[in-house]
Design a binder for this molecule. Structure first.
Ligand SMILES: Cc1ncc(C[n+]2csc(CCOP(=O)(O)OP(=O)(O)O)c2C)c(N)n1
Ligand SMILES: [Mg+2]
Length: 373
């Protein structure tokens, strides 16, 4: 059994690890990665793609083309490991930083750029992707995720024994969010109703400038014991371990055995968002410590050392990522400017008469402006 040890006192706590920072596969008594090398190559390609999207988005923001961007740099292992463990019928409730999750769920990253450009407030089809909008208000998604899970159970979609049908929910949130009341409420209800929810806490060590150790005296995964269900800490920079742990938790939830709390121990390598300057509150040493644990490079080292991927593979991944970034940049700059009238479109499933009247009034007002020009 391998344990992650490092700079913070909290880091001495054992975490499930199946791939070391040096790219070596290791055994764990309770968890095993069931994928093959083709799957590890997929993980690498997807993580590299997400990292490229992230870099392009930061550049676009710096050039004034996006209002804001929350970087996923360093968290790709947790995001991709968890998203690949999900089935299409499972439902994800992501936060604003889970780009690896949304992209893996099939959402075009252009939709993420559109949101952070202020073109819309999130416009992917939640039913098509079984992935809800990004939660910006910290913690709200926990009550929604638990409610959704309870709904799945009432619809007979849990514990039927049919792998194509049984479904579960993954609620993504951060270490800072764990201090928010909504998270505790979600945990209480999930426990009481044995809801099929996997609470996936990405402990990236920081809630903006607030270190996680200030918000919790005990490692976060241990909180689950107080709610009466299992909690597990996983090395969040090890995509293989995250995949194994999330697969097991989802299986447990889908089969009707209730919730699990996963603490993915990871690190936010970038700023909180493009509006933040982390050099004001954290030391360069810490970043160096985590750079040596980079989730992408450890998968690459494993693939190179084991001979499971050659230089042509890595070149092809880079070329695909660059092509995607070029397409995103081009399409981002030509995203149509939305009209105010469009904000009325997604308020209700069916437009109410009041809303129709408000829209008509707005339209008349907008038209009078046009005439005055
Ligand atoms: C209810 C609420 N309070 C405060 C904020 C402002 N806020 C935005 S992000 C953030 C920190 C969240 O930290 P964490 O949960 O660890 O997620 P991370 O950003 O590290 O991914 C805060 C306090 C908010 N969005 N919502
Ligand atoms: Mg955090």
């Amino acid at each position: 059994m391998s344990e992650v040890r490092g700079a913070r006192p909290d880091e001495a706590e054992p975490a499930v690890q199946l791939l070391t920072p040096e790219g070596e596969r290791v055994e764990h008594p309770d968890y095993a990665f069931t994928g093959d090398d083709a799957m590890v190559r997929d993980f690498y390609a997807q993580m590299a793609l997400v990292r490229r999207v992230d870099a392009e988005a930061i550049a676009l923001q710096r050039q004034g083309e996006l209002g804001l961007w929350p970087s996923s740099l360093g968290q790709e292992g947790a995001q991709i490991g968890a998203a690949y463990a999900m089935r299409s019928q499972d439902y994800a409730f992501p936060t604003y930083r889970e780009h690896g999750v949304t992209i893996t769920r099939g959402i075009d990253p252009l939709r993420l750029l559109a949101m952070f450009r202020g073109v819309d407030t999130g416009s992917w089809d939640v039913l098509e992707h079984n992935t809800y909008m990004y939660s910006i208000i910290i913690g709200t998604q926990a009550v929604q995720a638990t409610g959704y899970g309870m709904g799945l159970e009432r619809d007979g979609l849990v514990g039927s024994g049919d792998p194509e049908r049984d479904a579960a929910v993954v609620c993504f949130f951060g270490d800072g969010a764990s201090s928010q009341g909504d998270i505790s409420e979600g945990l209480v209800f999930a426990a009481s109703y044995n809801a099929p929810v996997v609470f996936f806490c990405s402990n990236n060590q920081w809630a903006i400038s607030e270190p996680s150790e200030r918000q919790s005296r005990a490692p976060l995964y241990r909180r689950a014991a107080g709610f009466g269900f299992p909690g597990v800490r996983v090395d969040g920079n090890d995509a293989l371990a995250v995949h194994a742990v999330t697969t097991a938790a989802l299986e447990r939830a889908r089969s009707g055995n209730g919730p699990t709390f996963i603490e993915a121990y990871t690190y936010r390598m970038g700023a909180h968002t493009t509006s933040d300057d982390p050099t004001k509150y954290r030391l360069a040493d810490e970043l160096e410590h985590w750079r040596a644990r980079d989730p992408l490079s450890r998968v690459r080292t494993y693939l190179e050392r084991s001979g499971a991927a050659d230089a042509a593979f890595f070149d092809a991944v880079d070329a695909d990522a660059d092509a995607l970034a070029t397409r995103l940049r081009r399409e981002c700059l030509t995203l149509p400017v939305p009209s105010l009238a469009q904000t009325f479109d997604w308020v209700y499933a069916e437009p109410s008469s009041e809303l129709a009247e408000q829209l008509a009034r707005h339209q008349a007002y907008a038209d009078s402006f046009e005439e005055a020009r």
